[in-house]
Design a binder for this molecule. Structure first.
Ligand SMILES: C[S@@+](CC[C@H](N)C(=O)[O-])C[C@H]1O[C@@H](n2cnc3c(N)ncnc32)[C@H](O)[C@@H]1O
Length: 206
């Protein structure tokens, strides 16, 4: 399911479309019973995976509500049409709640984190995560990021007065997240995940 030897599947499109589909369906099925009724969720993806991930979200029983575009405001890698955006599927566990802000369009402009400043290869900028958290939650609500990477969502949640739970399978990124959160003087709730990824998946474990 991985394209090369690099087991960081989230980096450089290293996971095949089939692998990503299997993994995300497995992940969302595990997540759904943990979510409250009307809780909202987001999957960050790209033009290649979106046609697959949208029906997977619905097949798990979630309601697909919108497609949000992250406009990075400048282009990056690529040759024919260099990449300037990412796609964010917005879904909910049942009907969505009332939005907490009404001034946010489905195109969010936010500069990517400078490569030299990144502590994770796919680190999201706070300027992208904060409006998403603000429109979706009230102060005191819990933001769960089950693949928190750099901990950017935890930091953003804390800065906005939300509680947060960050999970990552990689001990390295658990430490990175702790460090990032400590920089902002916040309490820690980071666990190491035991959920399988395709590269350690054994036949018959479905
Ligand atoms: C796309 S990155 C997330 C980046 C994050 N949004 C940020 O802003 O830094 C995906 C993360 O998921 C983690 N991961 C991969 N498989 C996982 C699993 N089965 N359970 C939990 N985390 C996992 C990886 O270690 C990686 O840090």
């Amino acid at each position: 399911m991985l394209r090369g030897d690099n087991h960081e599947w989230f980096s450089h499109d290293n996971m095949s479309t089939t692998g990503f589909s299997w993994f995300m369906r497995h992940f969302l099925i595990t997540l759904k019973p943990k979510m409250k009724a009307h809780a909202v969720g987001y999957v960050f993806t790209d033009w290649r995976q979106y046609p697959t991930i949208a029906p997977i979200i619905e097949s798990v029983g979630f309601r697909l509500n919108n497609l949000v575009i992250w406009d990075k405001t400048h282009f990056g890698m690529g040759s024919f049409y260099r990449n300037q955006h990412e796609l964010i599927a917005f879904f909910s566990n049942g009907a969505p709640p009332k939005p907490q802000r009404r001034d946010i369009p489905n195109i969010i402009k936010a500069k990517n984190v400078y490569v030299k400043e990144r502590v994770h290869p796919t680190q999201k900028p706070f300027e992208l995560l904060k409006p998403i958290i603000e429109i979706s939650t009230k102060v005191g609500d819990v933001v769960l990021d089950p693949m928190c990477g750099s901990g950017a969502s935890c930091v953003s949640a804390k800065q906005l007065g939300r509680k947060y739970i960050g999970i990552d399978i990689s001990p390295k990124y658990v430490e990175v997240s702790k460090t990032q959160i400590l920089k902002f003087g916040t309490p820690l709730t980071i666990f190491q995940s035991s959920c399988q990824t395709p590269n350690n998946h054994k036949k018959g474990n479905d």
